[in-house]
Design a protein. Sequence first.
Length: 317
Amino acid sequence: MTKKVGTTICLLILCSTFAVAEQIETKGDPIALSRPGEYYMGPKWSPDGDQIAAGGPSYTGLYLLDFPTGNVRQISSDYSAGYGFAWSHDGTRIASKISHFNNMRRSHTLVSFTISDGSMESLSTPRTRMSGTPLWTEDDSHLYLTFAEKFESFPTSDSNQGLSQPQVNYINDGRFQTRMTQPLKAESSETTQFSDQDHIYSYALSPDGSHVVYSTAGQNLWLAKVNGDDRVSLGRGSAPAWSPDGEWITFMLTFDDGHSVTASDIYAIHIDGSARTKLTETPDLFEMNPQWSPDGAWIVYDTDQRGQLFIQQVGWR
């Protein structure tokens, strides 16, 4: 055997080993985190991975479930509190947009719940029109709304300055926007990063903020840099979420009859578009809204019919 051939064989073996190591797999059966009869929607891990927050039926109320015991604590009973909420980066607060009704007239208030004692801080006055869901700036000093009609920031109680984050990404009228701010000059500019055909319904930024994965009409899943470059199709899917290392994306693929969901499962795919893997296989359950744990070892999801939360351990081989 020549030295050149031997080197080639070694490289092939190394490449084969690497490819095998990049296959995601489930480890054991899914575990019920919540009890039967309890109904939760839209679960999201706390930054430290010790708790999972979720909304109640019809997104009414906000609940905390300990991981992995499933012990539950309610921190809000407000309407809409469980829809589109967001953990602060330090894990001490959850931002939400709650709803009020007065003589059949609906209004909304942006609020922040303190995890330790469940206290609520109002960050806006009640409004009849407030589109979008909240996101925190990187330093947790401000909130802003994504899927909103216009950009607006809201200082929290520990903020004594204007919006300091130089770049903010959000959805405006279904379009991915990048807002650049120069605090010293009090100037801002916005750029629409994707074409007019890309009406975004769900999205997630990569852990390092360099890429965005998003779904459009028909559950078309796309991956691109935040400036719109290098866009690639990942096939069908929606409600994407990143693995903590930024190498994998989990998402749901649903089917419906025009009125209700008829099937739904959780998948994962590598960011290069390979190794698309089905993680759930339970015809009697419609698994939806997956979220990766901060350590990358678990995925939590809800179920459309039962409202029960499950956790699934994952690994690689």
